[in-house]
Design a protein around this ligand. Structure first.
Ligand code: ZN
Length: 166
């Protein structure tokens, strides 16, 4: 896949997302690929309590795709959403620059507030595609879903030292 401007050259790459980057160009084929991956992940959801299965798939700047499903727990509070599961998968494989995420549910709902916050951490301009099982699809950006979001830049402006990529 073509490199992203942020990864060009030998300049050390900070892991904090660059809020000035708004490159979310994605083709229809890539969208369909993401929705298919999210749909497949949804079939693996562990949802014995709610019965509400969710699948998510994201595409990184390097063109890699990571998917996740929601995983519930008997304690309820420890349940993890599909979107966060996919993000954590990506991070665990060394990817921190996420272009776009697709979320598939039976009725095509947007990510919950917690997931919006976690997605913002890895690209505040991220494209969010929401799809249902009937083929319906809507596209948002994170600023649509979480305006005036809190992010790492607020820690920096308060004098905190940002973490660096290992
Ligand atoms: Zn969520």
């Amino acid at each position: 896949m073509s490199g992203h401007p942020r990864s060009a050259g030998a300049v050390p790459v900070r892991w904090l997302p660059d809020p000035t980057v708004t490159d979310t160009m994605i083709t229809e084929q890539e969208i369909q690929e993401l929705v298919a991956a999210a749909t497949a992940a949804r079939t693996l959801a562990y949802v014995p309590y709610s019965g509400y299965a969710v699948g998510a798939a994201l595409r990184t700047d390097d063109g890699r795709i990571f998917a996740g499903c929601n995983v519930e727990n008997a304690s309820y509070g420890l349940t993890v959403c599909a979107e966060r599961n996919a993000v954590f998968q990506a991070v665990a494989f060394g990817e921190r620059a996420i272009q776009v995420v697709a979320v598939v549910t039976e009725n095509g709902v947007t990510p919950c507030g917690a997931c919006r916050q976690v997605l913002t951490e890895f690209n505040p301009q991220m494209t969010v595609i929401v799809a249902d099982l009937a083929g319906g699809r809507r596209t948002y950006t994170l600023p649509d879903l979480l305006p005036d979001a809190f992010g790492p830049e607020h820690l920096q402006s308060a004098g905190a030292v940002p973490a660096q990529k290992p």
